[in-house]
Design a protein. Structure first.
Length: 140
């Protein structure tokens, strides 16, 4: 059961994340009319970095933690984790919008752009999560 304080942290982070995602989407369309998807891509990369950082790093970097089944399902601890992880990063990231953008490019016959967007999304987001985890354990 979620406590009132946890719910408040998630709501606060989620509100900020949703506004930032909207702003990134609009900025992407303004900065690059040919590739308006860049705003959603940027939001997803930032959210992936934040989530990698919030998970404490060792969860992504330690084979022992993964073998113990802790992995990505490890419980988040503390207000920072709820605010930044579940709230901000959760609302900032938008996998569904990225999939719709890729599908629209495919339907428009832009296979190369769709493929590039697909690869960029997965590679950049996975890399950002890894860098966030690295930063969390003092890599920088």
């Amino acid at each position: 059961m979620l406590s009132g304080q946890v719910l408040l942290w998630v709501l606060l982070g989620g509100a900020v994340g949703a506004v930032l995602r909207w702003a990134a989407d609009r900025a992407g369309a303004r900065w690059s009319p040919r590739f308006p998807e860049l705003g959603v891509l940027a939001a997803n990369v930032v959210a992936s970095f934040l989530l990698g950082w919030v998970l404490g790093g060792e969860l992504l970097l330690s084979d022992r933690a993964l073998a113990a089944g802790e992995g990505f399902a490890a419980p988040l601890r503390g207000g920072r984790h709820w605010l930044v992880g579940a709230g901000l990063a959760g609302a900032l990231s938008t996998f569904s919008s990225a999939v719709v953008q890729i599908a629209r490019r495919l339907l428009a016959g832009h296979r190369v752009v769709a493929g590039g967007l697909f690869l960029a999304t997965w590679l950049l987001c996975a890399g950002a999560a890894r860098v966030g985890a690295w930063v969390a354990v003092g890599g920088l």
